[in-house]
Design a protein around this ligand. Structure first.
Ligand code: SF4
Length: 313
């Protein structure tokens, strides 16, 4: 089984080899903007998903293949199609992967960071990105649609505790959605300012979201958010543009593409460029659609290909 995908170009991490350590669409949130659609396995309970030795040896094999092809990876990034801290073996996996000598990143929704074991796993990573879309309970429920057992105050305390003790590069990510959290940013910006991240990223949904009503805020709202965040936080950056075309596939191009699409919708123009470099084309994408593995979606005037989860249209 493949546990890694890419490398994919990351606006924050350069060339990042993604690691998928949980089963598809398992999450403690069901964010309205999720690029993977609605959460299928909704849980806040940590558990074992895969054998850590198997995961690590699969990642090691992929790293070796990439190195043989002269491809350098900047980060091994836990960014599965769900929430990586639900994996009870995360700490163990990070420890073993560090032996490869490549920096480790974890992109988490922060929902389990109140748990000391989760914090202990994250302390080992070189880069941790914490989701902080809001600090207001009513907006949190609307935008992140949390599992019923979660509590925002406990999460915010966990984030404070983590930020005090973490020695790696701490980032936060705040997704802005039109009409939901694109007003009154002060409290969220103040909270993020207090935990002193290396960088606070403000993002907008650049890929097709779970629900059609989710829209990118007006430009002046993004600027207003940026200005507000700047009052409280030293380094604020907006992630409002396209991440680039620097995806890497090896011999088994279609499989590599499927692995990437399963966690990362891809634009048609980028896919066609990758395929034409390998003597392939639109027909190959259509064969994946006909097999029910991916589907096409129009978003923001572009065509995206996204994973088709079983039982979901
Ligand atoms: S955006 Fe991330 S945290 Fe939110 S539902 Fe999707 S996978 Fe879970």
């Amino acid at each position: 089984m493949e546990f890694s995908f890419g490398p994919v170009p990351s606006r924050r991490l350069g060339r990042s080899l993604g690691i998928n350590n949980i089963i598809p669409k398992t999450c403690s949130y069901s964010c309205i903007y999720c690029q993977l659609g609605k959460t299928i396995n909704f849980t806040s309970t940590r558990k074992k998903f895969y054998d850590p030795d198997e995961l690590v040896s699969s990642v090691r094999k992929r790293v070796n293949e990439l190195e043989k092809n002269g491809i350098i990876i900047d980060y091994l990034t836990f960014v599965p199609d769900g929430e990586p801290t639900l994996d009870i073996n995360l700490e163990n996996e990070i420890r073993m992967l560090k032996e490869l000598g490549i920096k480790i990143a974890v992109i988490t929704n922060s929902s389990l960071i109140y748990d000391e074991d989760v914090r202990n796993a994250l302390y080992l990573a070189n880069f941790v990105s914490l989701k902080v879309d809001t600090v207001k309970n009513d907006i949190w429920k609307k935008i992140n649609v949390p599992h019923r057992d979660l509590n925002l105050d406990k999460i915010l305390s966990g984030i404070r505790e983590f930020s005090k003790n973490y020695h790696g590069t701490l980032a936060t990510e705040t997704m802005l959605i039109k009409g939901i959290n694109d007003n009154n940013f002060d409290e969220t910006a103040k909270f993020i300012g207090e935990i002193r991240p290396h960088t606070s990223y403000i993002s907008v949904p650049t890929r097709p979201p779970a629900f059609d009503f989710v829209k990118i805020p007006d430009e002046y709202k993004i600027i207003e958010a940026y200005e507000t965040f700047k009052r409280f936080i030293d380094n604020v950056q907006t992630l409002t543009d396209f991440e680039g075309e620097n995806f890497v596939t090896l011999e088994n191009t279609l499989n590599d593409i499927l692995d990437i699409i399963s966690v990362h919708p891809m634009r048609e123009d980028v896919l066609l460029k990758i395929l034409s470099d390998k003597g392939m084309g639109l027909n190959d994408l259509e064969s994946l659609i006909n097999k029910g593995l991916i589907k096409k979606e129009n978003y923001g005037g572009k065509i995206f290909y996204i994973k088709k989860f079983k039982g979901f249209s």
